[in-house]
Ligand binder design. Structure first.
Ligand code: ZN
Length: 123
């Protein structure tokens, strides 16, 4: 018998509930919040090492008598400024007086096996 090995760092999987691409180490889908696997007693669930970013903002229809349309886009760039991802998160229309609130968060995880490697000493 072999213990289940954790996925390699940065590996991804598809959530069976909402089909979002998520970290392979995730036990809860960050998109739909469904639990994805059983965590045995005594084993730590991956938790964010830190929150790198959290931005909340609201916007509304600036016009008093007609509707407006909006699109919410999230783009990611690497350290060289090259775009590595771009997704339209939501589109819609607002009538006068309607608002939408956006929350963008980036959680950074440190997989347990990486912590083990980090403290391993060389002989
Ligand atoms: Zn999901």
């Amino acid at each position: 018998m072999s213990a289940m090995r954790p996925p390699a760092s940065g590996a991804t999987k598809t959530c069976p509930h909402c089909k979002s691409t998520i970290l392979g180490s995730a036990s809860v889908c960050p998109a739909c919040r469904h639990h994805l696997r059983f965590i045995p007693t005594g084993q730590l669930e991956p938790t964010p090492a830190f929150s790198a970013l959290r931005v909340e903002a609201a916007f509304g229809n600036p016009q008093a008598s007609s509707y407006c349309e909006y699109s919410v886009v999230v783009a990611m760039r690497n350290e060289r400024g090259e775009e590595i991802a771009r997704h339209v998160v939501n589109v819609g229309a607002l009538v006068p007086g309607e608002q939408r609130h956006c929350v963008l968060s980036v959680d950074v995880f440190t997989p347990a096996d990486d912590n083990t490697r980090a403290v391993r000493r060389e002989h």
